[in-house]
Design a protein. Structure first.
Length: 375
């Protein structure tokens, strides 16, 4: 296939393009899942070029990618996915054949108190990327054996809330109920429309709740871990019986690679851990793991005594559960890390990386990149 991107004058860049098998734009690569994904690509595919575009909002942290240096395999660009000029320039400069789009506002509680940024980033930002991909003719940039792909990373929350039984399949009707899930659902619809209308090689993944290294400590698992470690109350919303289907983050990243390598354009793939847990079960497990590793809390009580049932989240979805038959049967993907092992690894990671957590809690991680970028 011929490449129709506009080459810059820079001969070195041109050479770089020639030798990299895939030229991948990752958006949101400084966030939780994006950073795990960039690390996975970096360790496994030395012939891919990864350009990480991230605005470095409160959720983006350059320290998540410490140890990965800039060169022909990696470039970091600080920027906003809503910035049309920047995105068009990047597509022209880098001659991408692959986009893996993680960048989003991702926290449901923040979407309840401030939905505006969710609409802007998740809907307008996705639209800006889709438009740039379409106008750059990026699908024509791919080499033989590495088909072009715009992979839009989404969530199971677009399907709404389940009762006690049943699972989300790829055919479940969308029924988002929070500003976060509504904005993600809108972006999924746009992505699908660009496949049907313009033939853009879009694939969509809808994944369940992730946990693991580098998760920002506002989400349930790292928040409870951090509070339990510091003898603070552990806020459990409502009766604690809401159910989430937890998946270790590296299993999610592996699934995305499978969809890139073996998936089909225009298809959606549900990704889940087949691992439903009530929130209260997750919270007590973290307490027990910490008691076992570190001894009882300062009070001499088991850490479970720190659990505090607080008023419920507005519109709190009761249960999510993924039927991942399609990706298992069609692409051969299955989670490799079971919950007990994943939680053990996660707790070990947070214990070994306390400075990372402390920098976030006291805000100094932002000073680190503010200095780098002279903000
Ligand atoms: P995160 O909040 O940890 O990271 C988001 C990243 O996007 C940050 O680095 C942030 O700086 C960047 N970003 C935000 N707005 C931006 C903008 N306007 N321009 C450029 N960069 C911007 O999120 P996450 O948990 O890693 O989730 C990544 C993706 O996966 C999201 O699309 C989310 O909807 C989806 N997802 C998350 C989960 C989960 O459990 N965390 C589950 C399923 C799907
Ligand atoms: P969260 O990690 O915010 O993910 P999501 O809302 O995308 O599922 O929350 C996971 C579950 O934990 C959800 O049911 C809300 C609940 N929760 C609490 O009970 N207490 C908390 O402090 C947080 C942040 C979440």
């Amino acid at each position: 296939m011929s490449r129709i991107c506009s080459f810059s004058d820079n001969a070195n860049r041109k050479l770089t393009r020639m030798k990299n098998k895939r030229r991948v734009l990752v958006t949101g690569g400084c966030g939780f899942i994006g950073a795990n994904f960039v690390r996975l690509l970096h360790s496994r595919y030395s012939d891919w070029r990864v350009v990480n575009l991230d605005k470095l909002t409160y959720a983006g942290n350059l320290k998540n990618l410490e140890g990965i240096s800039e060169g022909s395999e990696y470039r970091f660009v600080r920027g906003d996915i809503c910035d049309k000029n920047l995105i068009s320039r990047l597509f022209a400069e880098e001659c991408f054949d692959t986009v893996v789009h993680f960048a989003a506002e991702s926290h449901v509680d923040r979407s309840i108190t401030g939905p505006g940024t969710f609409v802007r980033t998740n809907i307008e930002g996705t639209f800006t990327l889709l438009e740039a991909a379409r106008k750059s003719g990026f699908a024509g940039n791919a080499e033989e054996g590495a088909p072009p792909c715009f992979l839009h990373v989404s969530t199971d929350e677009v399907y709404g809330s389940l009762g006690q039984t049943g699972y989300f399949t790829e055919n479940t009707a969308y029924d988002p109920r929070s500003p976060y899930s509504a904005s993600k659902a809108s972006s999924d619809h746009l992505a699908r429309a660009y496949f049907h209308t313009y033939g853009l090689p879009v694939r969509i993944t809808n994944c369940s709740n992730n946990y693991g290294p580098f998760q920002f400590p506002e989400k349930l698992i790292p928040l409870v871990f951090n509070n339990a470690l510091n003898n603070k109350a552990l806020p459990v919303y409502g009766d604690g019986k809401n159910v989430r289907d937890w998946l270790y983050v590296l299993d999610h990243c592996e699934a995305i690679v499978e969809v890139l390598e073996k998936g089909q354009d225009g298809q959606c793939y549900n990704i889940g851990g087949n691992n439903e847990k009530q929130n209260i079960e997750v919270v007590t497990l973290i307490c027990d793991l910490l008691d076992k590793k570190l001894g009882l809390a300062e009070s001499g009580q088991p850490r479970r005594s720190l659990i505090d049932f607080v008023p419920d989240r507005l519109g709190h979805d009761r249960r999510y559960a993924i039927d991942a038959t399609k990706i298992r049967e069609q692409l051969g993907w299955e989670p490799r890390v079971n919950f007990a092992e994943g939680m053990e690894r996660t707790v070990e990671w947070y214990l070994a990386n306390q400075p990372w957590v402390i920098d976030i809690v006291n805000g100094s991680y932002q000073k680190y990149y503010a200095e780098m970028y002279r903000l």
